[in-house]
Design a protein around this ligand. Structure first.
Ligand SMILES: NC(=O)c1ccc[n+]([C@@H]2O[C@H](COP(=O)([O-])OP(=O)(O)OC[C@H]3O[C@@H](n4cnc5c(N)ncnc54)[C@H](O)[C@@H]3O)[C@@H](O)[C@H]2O)c1
Length: 252
């Protein structure tokens, strides 16, 4: 277990914070070289430095996953000629129903949450094909269910699920497995932005937590462990799978 990713190269997008950073920590502490890819240069650089100080092999690459040019530059910065693991995890939220969602906001969410995984997977394909690889996308319970005031977020996360299945079809013959996780509510900066830091926010948090069968939110590491499982050889015959990691939210 200790070194199960030794000799492997992993790329994790959206990994300055939250779920992505937790996945970087697990891959790197189990022997992988990890590229921490994020749009946030300060947070990403700091996170990578901190992990390197712990002796882990982590390198930061600044990248906007919505931009084809930025994604090409990111791929060009990878020092190895193969990539074993790609986690398309970068994502942004928006609390708005269709009336309040502008066309610009729709396009922004689509370009990060859905075009991002498409662009990054496409640009990395030549490196993923070298030895075969595992791709793990981060969708959401919002990709499985409707959710009030979440038009663009739910639609893009639903798209990530279908993209996962389609890429599994496209890439299976190349020994590239493609799966996705659907996290329930997870304690990350994204959640802090969604819930106000006042009595109303605390009440909303209680109500949302109660809708998970386990009656609580996830820790980022609990989602990251599922991502790491799907990326590992323990999941060598798993592809096209959609795994809720949601404390039972979607079981009811
Ligand atoms: N937190 C939750 O409750 C929850 C639930 C279900 C799914 N998710 C999904 O999990 C993933 C990680 O979310 P999180 O909660 O850790 O969020 P987070 O906001 O803590 O982290 C998201 C990361 O993505 C990065 N990012 C944003 N736009 C980017 C871009 N254009 N290019 C590159 N990086 C970009 C951010 O800088 C940040 O580091 C997202 O896809 C999110 O939709 C989160």
């Amino acid at each position: 277990m200790e070194n199960r990713f030794s000799g492997k190269v992993a790329v994790v997008t959206g990994s300055s914070h939250g779920i992505g950073l937790a996945a970087v920590e697990i891959f790197a502490s189990q022997g992988a070289k990890v590229y921490l890819v994020d749009i946030d240069r300060n947070k990403g650089g700091e996170a990578a430095l901190k992990l390197r100080e712990q002796g882990l092999n982590v390198k930061f690459i600044e990248c906007d996953v919505a931009s084809p040019q930025s994604v090409q530059n990111m791929v060009a910065s990878i020092e190895e000629n193969n990539v074993d693991i790609l986690c398309n995890n970068a994502g942004v939220e928006l609390t708005a129903g269709i009336d309040e969602t502008s066309v610009e906001e729709w396009d922004r969410l689509s370009s990060i949450n859905l075009r991002g995984p498409f662009l990054v997977t496409k640009a990395l394909l030549p490196l993923l094909e070298v030895k075969g690889a595992a791709v793990v996308n981060t969708s959401s319970i919002s990709g499985l269910l409707g959710w009030p005031l979440s038009t663009a977020y739910c639609a893009t996360k639903g798209g990530v699920i279908q993209l996962t299945k389609q890429l599994a079809c496209d890439l299976g013959a190349k020994n590239i497995r493609v799966n996705c996780v659907c996290p329930g509510t997870t304690k990350t900066p994204m959640l802090s932005r969604l819930l106000s830091d006042d009595e109303e926010g605390r009440q909303a948090a209680k109500e949302i937590a109660a809708r998970h069968l386990l009656k609580r939110f996830a820790e980022p590491r609990e989602i990251a462990e599922a991502i790491v499982f799907l990326a590992s050889d323990a999941a060598s015959f798993v592809t096209g799978a959609v795994l809720p990691v949601d404390g039972g939210y979607t079981a009811k």
